[in-house]
Design a protein. Structure first.
Ligand SMILES: [Zn+2]
Length: 194
């Protein structure tokens, strides 16, 4: 057993997945949840994927709260040694290998928090997120405000050159000419959906 300040690592860990569409406040909610552990002195580390180059080595919420992050490129780079709490941002960017990494963290008693888009821009289950949600002890499914009708946004709309992105455009295209906004199911547009 590894004793890290207040809490003893041992037994089975816990997984809390924070899922939702673009602009649903996932990072802000993660920082809020992690701040509770700061009160009890649990050591923590936050990982983000290098494909998400926004904000450098910080995870930053729209409300202005932020946390330092370790930027990594592969699931194998995520290690929990010396920490009680391990947080992983934007899980959909990591491959299927993330599941085994999270399960290892849980079996060694870590408290694991994961954020990610539960649906891709087409409205389909996104990468490793459905698996992680099925393994979770707790799920926070957040919603946004639809940027078209101000209804409840649950989908991520991809826009390329001002037009809704077609079904067959590539799944991950960070830093390209595309951008993303929150939409409700009625306003979500995917031309060419089969
Ligand atoms: Zn709408």
């Amino acid at each position: 057993m590894l004793r890290t300040q207040g809490r003893m690592l041992g037994g089975v860990g816990r997984l809390h997945v924070i899922a939702g569409c673009m602009s649903s406040g996932k990072t802000g909610e993660l920082i809020r949840l992690l701040s509770r552990h700061a009160v009890t002195g649990d050591t923590m580390v936050l990982y983000k994927h290098s494909v998400d180059s926004r904000d450098g080595d910080k995870a930053r919420s729209r409300l202005g709260t932020e946390m330092e992050a370790c930027v990594v490129g592969r699931p194998e780079d995520i290690v929990g040694d010396g920490f009680v709490v391990v947080a992983i941002e934007e899980a959909q960017f990591f491959g299927e290998g993330l599941t085994a990494v999270v399960q290892d963290l849980l079996s060694s008693g870590h408290l694991v928090y994961v954020t990610g888009l539960n649906q891709d821009f087409r409205g389909e289950p996104f990468g490793v997120m459905p698996t992680l949600m099925s393994l979770a002890d707790e799920i926070s499914l957040l919603t946004a405000i639809c940027q078209k009708c101000h209804g409840v946004g649950t989908r991520t709309q991809r826009i390329i050159d001002g037009q809704p992105a077609p079904w067959d455009s590539p799944l991950i295209l960070v830093g390209g000419a595309d951008y993303y906004e929150a939409r409700c199911p009625d306003c979500h547009e995917v031309p060419g959906r089969p």
